[in-house]
Design a protein around this ligand. Structure first.
Ligand code: MG
Ligand code: MG
Length: 247
């Protein structure tokens, strides 16, 4: 069942969303050649703590990090650690927090330094644009897979692979709620969208094929062909004024 949020709940999710945004702004500024992904995680933990919030990821099904840091061919769920960023990398940073019982979730992919290839920059741009095209379809009366289809059509028109193994989700009192929000699907199908629904829409787009596999750490998802992957995510609400980005 897809939960409809009250005005007050939307306010609480929005407060969590502001903290997620604050963390991502800080991490984007800090993500430079020479820094370790663990350093980024430490920065995130500081901001989250100062905001009297809690990482939604740390301990989630045993996940060992406060944020996810997924480098280059890593798709999602990379664990922060001793990996040092180099100029030319792209780094996906995923942040989820809980405050006052409500969750928000958002991700960006950041080009590191000035040696990032044109191909990598294009993948990052197309992935971000696909997120916004999906969000535009998040209006009352549309079908859920209108969102999915907008993302898929745009990404595939650039020859990219749309990840099937991971999807977006409803969010609110829990990090993951109904419905699943795939980044692929048929226009005009899926549940009818209603005002008060809150969704985390999160295209994961691969430079090559869509297949992924999980590394031996049990978490890090990588592209099967080891080509690049990018990830952008926002928590959004469907409102009478159209889609509202909360992160
Ligand atoms: Mg996320
Ligand atoms: Mg998510």
């Amino acid at each position: 069942m897809i939960d409809i949020k009250s005005e007050n709940e939307l306010k609480l999710i929005s407060e969590a969303g502001k903290i997620v945004r604050l963390v991502l702004v800080e991490l984007k500024a800090a993500a430079r050649p020479g820094i370790k992904t663990a350093d980024l995680s430490n920065i995130a933990e500081e901001v989250i703590k100062k905001s009297n919030a809690r990482s939604a990821f740390l301990g989630y099904r045993g996940f060992p990090g406060a944020i996810c840091t997924s480098l280059n061919e890593q798709v999602v769920h990379g664990i922060p650690g001793d990996t040092v960023l180099s100029s030319g990398d792209i780094l996906s940073i995923d942040v989820g927090i809980e405050k006052n019982g409500y969750y928000a979730d958002s991700a960006i992919t950041v080009p590191i330094g000035d040696k990032v290839s044109g191909n990598a920059l294009s993948l990052v741009e197309v992935t971000e644009k696909s997120l916004h095209l999906g969000i535009e379809k998040a209006v009352e009366g549309n079908r859920l897979f209108d969102i999915s289809n907008a993302i898929q059509a745009f990404a595939e028109s650039h020859g990219y692979g749309v990840v099937r193994g991971f999807v977006g989700h409803g969010i609110g009192k829990n990090l993951h709620e109904d419905p699943e929000v795939p980044n692929f699907g048929k226009k005009g199908t899926g549940p009818r969208l209603k005002n008060g629904m809150v969704l985390a829409i999160e295209p994961m787009i691969n430079e090559g094929g869509y297949e992924v596999e999980i590394l031996s750490d049990g978490w890090t998802a990588v592209t099967k062909d080891r080509l690049l992957s990018a990830h952008f995510e926002h928590t959004i609400a469907i409102t009478s004024n159209g889609p509202k980005i909360l992160t």
